[in-house]
Write a protein that binds this ligand. Structure first.
Ligand code: E4P
Length: 223
């Protein structure tokens, strides 16, 4: 399973990249605003800065909601760097644009997906990635991971090439559960990726190994 980081923070992207397990980045307008990035020029520069850190897909979201606007923005974004993936909302005009981009060979990520029917439409329109938001579904008492499983089955039934990108991940168990049901990608906050490292038995075991090694080294010096 590929790991993407879901942030616009260059510091966090660098930290994740240094861990050696990062495959790509997703952003959205809220994440860009959180980093204080505003104004067309600054936003475009920020995407290029991200692409210069990570050698993998970087999702950049369009703001337009009409077909012509989505196409205009998406083509501009795609021209910034070969790793840019145009993030398009799951709306009628968005699905039309997914088809247009697919015919042009421009990579896309269909965002704000909350049902299997929406995921099916995205795949039929040729989206490169589909982003079901599992945390936001869990927030409204609906099983987000179950949706990933459902989409996996549907895509496998028909051999769709669209990658299932589990989004709105909140914690490390979401990552494990998504891996179990066959998500192609999980886009995660840095905290969820880092939490995968931790296990108290690893910490205790390492302390013991190092203490035993120091004791043995001490004995060797005395002897
Ligand atoms: C997906 O690409 C979105 O950026 C993201 O995962 C949304 O997550 P949230 O529900 O934590 O805002």
């Amino acid at each position: 399973m590929k790991f993407f980081i879901d942030t616009a923070s260059l510091a966090q992207i660098k930290e994740a990249q240094d861990l050696g397990v990062l495959d790509g980045v997703t952003t959205n307008p809220s994440l860009m605003a959180k980093e204080g990035i505003s104004g067309a020029e600054a936003v475009l520069k920020h995407y290029v800065d991200i692409c210069n850190i990570v050698d993998g897909p970087v999702s950049a979201e369009v703001i337009s909601t009409d077909f012509e606007g989505i196409v205009r923005e998406g083509e501009h974004l795609a021209g910034l760097h070969p790793n840019i993936v145009v993030k398009v909302p799951m709306i009628r005009e968005g699905v039309k644009a997914l088809k247009y981009f697919s015919n042009k060979g421009i990579k896309t990520n269909c965002t704000l997906v909350f049902s299997a029917g929406q995921a099916l439409l995205a795949a039929k329109a040729g989206a490169s990635f589909v982003s079901p938001f599992i945390g936001r579904l869990d927030d409204v008492s609906t099983d987000g991971v179950q949706l990933i499983e459902q989409i996996r089955t549907i895509y496998d039934n028909y051999g769709y090439g669209t990658e299932v990108l589990a989004a709105s991940i909140r914690h490390p168990m979401h990552i494990i559960q998504c891996a179990e049901v066959g998500a192609d990608v999980a886009t995660c906050p840095l905290s969820a990726i880092v939490a995968l490292f931790d296990h108290p038995l690893t910490t205790i075991g390492l302390q013991k190994f190092l203490a035993d090694h120091a004791k043995a080294a001490g004995r060797a010096v005395k002897a």
